[in-house]
Design a protein around this ligand. Structure first.
Ligand code: FEO
Length: 670
């Protein structure tokens, strides 16, 4: 029987969970299962995005048949040919022989390698930037090599602003009936598995992930549909921020990942003593026994923490096997910029410390803290001193210096010009609201952050302040009545754009809304993303120059939900997209409120942001970077660019990403 989820009215998840798989890709334990996502779009044409692993083929085909109903399948878009998504393609071709496969050249090559099926006349090749119109939706294709195989591409639907991201933004774990990330506490309950998925599956390819993030930053994205894990429709920036950190090998926190390999417990004893000393100094520690904990968990912790400590006994004159495997794994995942400390043990001749150091020296920008702490058989009193010194050295880099109790030296009083820092006002805990009013039969609305209760009593009073330039302010002065809808943390950025970044003089901000809820005074309110609404009659106004302060009687108020209100601080931290990087070579001015980028050396006097109406004070200067092209060679297999100012790469050159030789490179400039 089918088991499908609706993502949008014309887009369905037709994938499946697998909770019986013990080892994903034959190496990564998935105790919470894994999902194989496939999506089916019903437009004038029907479009299936990827297939699934063979383990869940039956459910998948039932799902596809159910959602299609009597319709035929027109297109299969293939983003990635790894068999956890592609194993059922041939079976699909037999079931739907009229389907056209949409893919790039590299995917076509792999199709023919994996399957004996005759694809002649059934493939529509697309290149970077090509567009496929399927009715209401049009799909643009974007190559994403090495995220996580060379052939990977993504699709962007400009209509509903959906990015189909292949493996990117996936997570381990079955969906368990959910489909959207906002249906679970993702950052609390799922981030660890998302990190383990990212770091182990695509962690090595940080540069390529950064490239695709740059491409994505130019798009407006409302939905992110990966091939594993949840669909994102809100708060995606929280997850994106993690990807920016992981792909740039930036630690998420100042803390220690401490992994040890111990045979009879003495090396473990030394590691435990160090952990205790670190915690006593205020350092956070994640600790792993490499004989028990699979490497994928420790690799993820290594990406998370700024400092790595490895402790190993000497075994067969080398590093203990579980530690040696772990270190190879960490180096292979291209982790960078870490501080490392080593502990070794050897009853006869301790060699593990030197060998670990040799291995870890391959990590770019590694710094070893103090010399290796070495013991023979078991820790002794002298070891305690050495571990104290190591803990001091690590803590000095991690724990902020405490203020002493000594009386501060009195400073001379200096006459200074007083400053009013704008950012200080961000510390007020403003809420965010949609203000609506109605005049001459038309509805108006805008975003405000100023509604407060100013008086108790039988007739409660509220105050709001509205910028005079806002059309809603003008209409409110005429109508004398308004409604305030208090926004919740679920409010998406698109809502702020709808009511905040355009003017009611130019557009009807309610056009296309699928609600028309009104208070008793006939003024519209927002029935979604709102926890309370107030109808108010204006009793007094004060012209404040730029804004007008309205004092009003509350005549009706009701609670719509218990969702927490969105504060101004929450909006900035979680809802507002992080600043798009300005076009790299361009000089200009970026609006600090909405991120709009004005290109040019000078910002015109009295310039007003075309998106959010804020003035020059809210723009910051972005210096341009000189355009400089670099000569080199590009790998035809994986897209790796190797800067090289010569006629030909050296004969023994090997691609650091896909291991192909110079014959697979062609000249290029970046
Ligand atoms: Fe989920 Fe790279 O396959």
């Amino acid at each position: 029987m089918q088991c499908v989820k609706k993502v949008l009215p014309d887009l369905f998840w037709v994938g499946a969970d697998d909770r019986r798989l013990s080892c994903f890709e034959g190496v990564y334990g998935v105790p919470n299962g894994v999902s194989y996502n496939s999506y089916l779009m019903l437009d004038e044409k029907t479009v299936l995005f990827d297939t699934v692993d063979k383990a869940v083929a039956r459910t998948f085909f039932e799902n596809v048949a159910y959602v299609l109903g009597n319709r035929k399948l027109d297109y299969l878009v293939i983003h990635h040919m790894e068999p956890d998504h592609a194993a059922t393609i041939e079976d699909l071709m037999f079931r739907y022989p009229d389907v056209t496969v949409v893919c790039n050249n590299k995917i076509e090559t792999l199709l023919k390698q994996f399957f004996d099926y005759d694809f002649v006349g059934k493939i529509h090749i697309v290149n970077e930037g090509d567009v496929l119109n399927v009715g209401k939706h049009s799909l643009t294709f974007v190559n994403a090599p090495m995220v996580h195989w060379p052939e990977v591409m993504m699709s962007y639907d400009a209509t509903d602003k959906i990015l189909f991201t292949a493996d990117a933004f996936g997570t381990f774990g079955a969906l368990n009936g959910h489909i959207f990330a906002d249906e679970v506490d993702f950052m609390h309950d799922w981030l660890d598995e998302a990190r383990r998925y990212y770091t182990n599956i695509v962690g090595k390819y940080g540069v390529q992930v950064q490239n695709i993030l740059k491409k994505a930053s130019a798009l407006e994205i409302n939905y992110v549909c990966p091939l594993h894990g949840f669909v994102w429709r809100s708060h995606f920036n929280d997850f994106l921020e993690k990807y920016l950190q992981w792909s740039s090998y930036t630690p998420e926190r100042k803390g220690v990942c401490l992994a040890y390999a111990s045979v009879y417990g003495h090396t473990e004893n030394m590691a435990n003593i160090l952990a205790g000393k670190l915690v006593d100094r205020g350092v956070s520690v994640e600790m792993f026994d490499t004989s028990v904990i699979p490497a994928s968990y420790i690799v993820a912790s290594a990406f998370k923490n700024s400092h790595l400590v490895f402790a190993s006994t000497t075994y067969n004159a080398g590093i203990f096997v579980t530690m040696e495997n772990l270190l190879h794994d960490i180096v292979a995942h291209n982790i960078q910029k870490r501080k490392v400390a080593l502990l070794e043990n050897g009853s006869w001749a301790a060699t593990s410390g030197k060998l670990m150091k040799d291995l870890l020296s391959k990590i770019p920008n590694t710094e070893f803290i103090t010399s290796t702490v070495s013991i023979k058989s078991a820790p002794k009193a002298k070891t305690m001193d050495e571990l104290d010194a190591l803990a001091d050295a690590i803590a000095a880099e991690i724990v902020p210096v405490k203020q002493t109790d000594e009386a501060p030296v009195e400073e001379a009083v200096v006459e200074k010009a007083l400053t009013v820092e704008k950012e200080a006002f961000f510390q007020f805990s403003y809420g965010l609201e949609v203000l609506t009013t109605r005049f001459n039969g038309a509805d108006y609305g805008c975003i405000i952050n100023s509604a407060v209760q100013v008086s108790e009593g039988d007739k409660k009073k509220v105050a709001i302040s509205v910028i005079n330039k806002n059309h809603t302010c003008e209409m409110l002065k005429k109508s004398g009545k308004f409604v305030v809808s208090v926004l919740t943390e679920e409010a998406p950025f698109s809502l702020f754009k709808q009511f905040g970044f355009q003017s009611g003089r130019d557009v009807d901000k309610f056009e296309g809304a699928d609600y028309n809820d009104r208070m008793a005074n006939g003024i519209r309110y927002l029935p979604v993303y709102t926890n309370a609404v107030f109808s108010c009659d204006v009793i007094q106004t004060f012209d404040l120059g730029v804004s007008t302060l309205f004092i009003a009687d509350v005549v009706e108020a009701k609670v719509l939900s218990k969702a927490p209100s969105a504060t101004y601080a929450y909006y900035h931290a979680h809802i507002k997209p992080k600043n798009n990087p300005a076009p790299e070579q361009k000089e200009g001015w970026r609006c600090k409120v909405c991120g709009y980028f004005y290109e040019g050396h000078e910002l015109p006097e009295n310039y007003v942001c075309p998106l959010c109406n804020h003035g020059p004070d809210d723009f910051e200067y972005v210096p341009g970077a000189p355009v400089k092209k670099v000569k080199g060679f590009i790998c035809k297999i994986c897209g790796h660019f190797e800067p090289y100012d010569g006629e030909e790469l050296p004969a023994d050159y090997v691609c650091p990403l896909c291991n192909h030789g110079r014959d697979d490179f062609e000249p290029a400039e970046r």
